[in-house]
Design a protein around this ligand. Structure first.
Ligand code: HQG
Length: 180
């Protein structure tokens, strides 16, 4: 794994799952001061020389848009599992969204709908390719679910913006889901 990918994974872990391990003060949108994150990283021999410009490079080189730096702060766009709920911006979703998952989860999804499981929100994909790569993390031959986001939204299900490829929701009842 190259060094920037490794850095990205460590930062995702800190910002999504364990800010307290790094003594980060996170606001309700998930922002933390870049200086604080760098101070924490510098305690680790491996990251002793990491600078803000390395973080910028990490963001720029990543194939996925996972982190944002703005006004001296950094946040993860999605993926959080910490107890404090990260506030996301509600937004009217595209008419259709997708979710890539493993076949072994389908019966339960059919029965209970899509649930956030270990994270704060259900993660949905803007397009089939993205859903496929998300699903590949769980199964080499993932299943793609098609979500009638338009109808769900009209019925009062709230959607939130993650980044241009990732949408979030509290849950998606199974009546809005079909297997492709
Ligand atoms: C499944 C990565 C049984 C769900 C990705 C999924 C994404 C159910 C798994 C982001 C269920 C949770 C999130 C139910 C949902 N019964 N299983 N009722 N409802 N599930 O990893 O969406 O690369 O927490 O289908 O690309 O796979 O890290 O969520 O398979 O954008 O930046 O429970 O994380 O981004 O798995 O992935 P996860 P996810 P990064």
């Amino acid at each position: 794994m190259d060094k920037l990918t490794e850095l990205s994974k460590e930062i995702s872990y800190a910002l999504r799952h364990a800010p307290w391990e790094y003594e980060l003060e996170m606001d309700e949108e998930g922002w933390v001061p870049v200086e604080q994150l760098l101070d924490a990283l510098h305690k680790d021999e491996k990251w002793k020389k990491v600078t803000e410009s390395d973080l910028m490079k990490m963001i720029e080189k990543s194939e996925k848009k996972r982190h944002e730096i703005l006004n001296g702060k950094i946040k993860a766009y999605y993926g959080h599992s910490i107890p404090m709920r990260i506030i996301k911006v509600q937004k009217i979703p595209p008419k259709v969204l997708y979710h890539g998952t493993a076949g072994r989860f389908l019966d339960s999804i059919k029965e209970n709908g899509l649930l956030p499981k270990g994270r704060q929100y259900v993660h949905l994909s803007q397009d089939v390719e993205t859903a496929y790569s998300v699903g590949m993390r769980h199964d080499r031959k993932p299943c793609i679910l098609k979500i009638d986001a338009d109808q769900a939204w009209k019925d009062g299900i709230i959607f939130y913006y993650g980044n241009e490829k990732v949408w979030l929701a509290d849950e998606i009842p199974s009546k809005y889901i079909v297997k492709m």
